[in-house]
Write a protein that binds this ligand. Structure first.
Ligand code: SF4
Ligand code: SF4
Length: 92
């Protein structure tokens, strides 16, 4: 059966921009709050590092939690799950 529709080889490529995900600063979409680490309370257990869905949390040289605001979306999971209450969500 023939068709007047183009075959898949004739279709133009979709408008996908191939960029490394590190170029996409998801922190620009932050939800109005940002996490602030209270260093005096942080014991460096890394629970927040493991649970951050955007890999925006790491441990700094001092072994304390450190937020990379370029990628933090402000979801608040780190503050909710920190067993030591060392992260506070503050309005931007
Ligand atoms: S979960 Fe809390 S105590 Fe553990 S590293 Fe993160 S901020 Fe520090
Ligand atoms: S607020 Fe969400 S995205 Fe930002 S560091 Fe905490 S867990 Fe990660």
């Amino acid at each position: 059966m023939s068709s007047s529709l183009p075959g898949w080889k004739e279709l133009p490529m979709g408008g996908v921009a191939f960029r490394p995900s590190t170029d996409i600063k998801t922190g620009e979409w932050r939800l109005g709050f940002r996490p602030v680490v209270k260093e005096e309370k942080c014991v460096g257990c890394a629970m927040c590092v493991v649970l951050c869905p955007d890999m925006a949390m790491g441990l700094g040289e001092e072994g304390k939690a450190q937020v990379n605001y370029d990628y933090c979306k402000g979801c608040g999971i780190c503050a909710r799950e920190c067993p030591y209450g060392a992260i506070e969500m503050v309005p931007e």
